[in-house]
Design a protein around this ligand. Structure first.
Ligand SMILES: NC(=O)C1=CN([C@@H]2O[C@H](COP(=O)(O)OP(=O)(O)OC[C@H]3O[C@@H](n4cnc5c(N)ncnc54)[C@H](O)[C@@H]3O)[C@@H](O)[C@H]2O)C=CC1
Ligand SMILES: O=P(O)(O)OC[C@H]1O[C@](O)(CO)[C@@H](O)[C@@H]1O
Length: 382
């Protein structure tokens, strides 16, 4: 069997990446700091996924094991040394913390004179996630190692799309996922061209696909979350029953379409309308219960310069297109509170102790005075 190492045995790791790797006959070693999950993976060697639909189909995932990277980093290095592919779904903020371990795994392959090409694929909600991981990994490598990386190690960017809400089952491995899924990998960045996973779409140019996904699914979902929170809701499905929340989603999708059509000739308006309708259907799936706190998590990250609101706002502005609804939601993020979310707490502390404009500039990294002022006005109007 081929060997995969996957960092992050959480919702998307077990609920999507693990499924695809299993279907492609990989033996999957999950790397995680969650001891309960790692112990259960090693004790049982398998787990089940359930598709959230009327029939509630179950899928058995087998040939899995786990390593706790906090306790057994050397085990992870050895697993990378022997792997055919490495993937992550750990969260963009965590990628820098696993970079050194990945660098050591690459060095172990080099020391063993391995000329087998390998790809490290970051499956995070982030534009250029694998590029970002690569920059972090390279800081731990020597010039000689870098030459090895150039020859044998790829970091292809990827887009992953499947809604996997927080899980509340007694079984720590069981995971309920939406039936829809899409995983796109940038083929032009692959080093191991012999691995073509069934169930994955390989694209020559990932950029339009990841923008379509991030600005449609993630911007849309976050719009529902922050607008829903603003109107007092706790779950995505209840929020979407409020006409004001649904209108914010529909209007945001319209702005997104205007941007995607202006930027990318390969998109067609009718297809994008159908894509957006389908996404609305996914958000209201009655078989999935998704907390606003999950979709709205890490608000400072979501206000980032290249993230799901500020980037489309900048790019719509550059093209003289309306960004009114994106701006209205970005403003609501500054009102978002969740005592269990470190970034939400930090953002509120900063707003309470610093001038609002300073906070806006710092979290969004916006330079355009007109946009900064527009955002400030929107926040103050709430
Ligand atoms: N849940 C979803 O619907 C989707 C999530 N994603 C992306 O996948 C990534 C993971 O998201 P989820 O699976 O939802 O989160 P999650 O919280 O369920 O899983 C993350 C896992 O990483 C582990 N982890 C955290 N720090 C670690 C460390 N230093 N070393 C090893 N393991 C560590 C956690 O214990 C957890 O098991 C995020 O980037 C998210 O944006 C992408 C598409 C869909
Ligand atoms: O993982 P993030 O970037 O915090 O955002 C949560 C997102 O994950 C998803 O579940 C899948 O992309 C979205 O529905 C949601 O917008």
């Amino acid at each position: 069997m081929k060997k995969a190492v996957h960092f992050g045995a959480g919702n998307i790791g077990r609920g999507f990446i693990g499924e695809i790797l299993h279907q492609n006959d990989f033996d999957v070693t999950f790397v995680d700091v969650n001891e309960t999950v790692i112990d259960a993976l090693n004790a049982r060697g398998g787990y089940e996924i359930e598709l959230a639909e009327d029939a509630a189909t179950r899928i058995a995932i087998t040939h899995v094991s786990g390593i706790n990277n906090a306790k057994n980093p050397e085990g992870v290095v050895q697993a990378i040394k022997n792997a055919n592919i490495v993937t992550t779904a750990i969260g963009p903020n965590i990628l820098p913390y696993i970079a050194e371990l990945i660098a050591k795994g690459i060095q172990a392959r080099k020391t063993a004179n391995s000329t087998a090409p390998i790809d490290f694929i970051a499956c995070e909600n982030m534009i250029g996630g694998s590029d970002f991981l690569k920059t972090k990994v390279l800081t731990y490598l020597s010039d000689e190692d870098l030459a090895y990386v150039d020859s044998y190690v790829g970091f292809p960017n990827a887009a992953v799309d499947r809604i996997v809400p927080g899980q509340t089952h007694t079984d720590p491995l069981f995971v309920v996922v939406e039936p829809f899924s899409e995983w796109v990998i940038d083929e032009s960045q692959l080093k191991n061209t012999l691995i073509h996973l069934n169930g994955v779409h390989y694209a020559d140019d990932l950029e339009p696909f990841i923008e379509r996904k991030l600005f449609s699914v993630n911007t849309g979902h976050a719009t529902v979350a922050y607008t829903g929170y603003y109107y007092g809701y706790q779950t995505i499905d209840t929020a979407l029953q409020d006409a004001r929340v649904m209108a914010a989603l529909v209007d945001t999708q319209q702005e997104t379409r205007a941007l995607l059509l202006a930027k990318w000739a390969l998109f067609d308006e009718a297809e994008l309308i159908a894509y957006h309708e389908k996404i609305r259907g996914r958000f209201v799936n009655p078989h999935l219960s998704d907390d606003i706190s999950r979709v709205a998590r890490t608000p400072i990250r979501k206000l980032g310069y290249n993230e799901r609101f500020i980037r489309p706002i900048r790019e719509l502005n550059d093209r003289n297109l309306s960004f009114k609804t994106h701006l209205a939601t970005a403003a609501k993020i500054f009102k978002y509170q969740d005592a269990a979310d470190e970034q939400a707490v930090d953002l509120q502390k900063r707003i309470a102790s610093e001038p609002l404009q300073t906070v806006i500039k710092s979290v969004t990294e916006l330079k355009d005075d007109k946009l900064i002022k527009a955002l400030q006005d929107s926040i103050e109007a709430l």
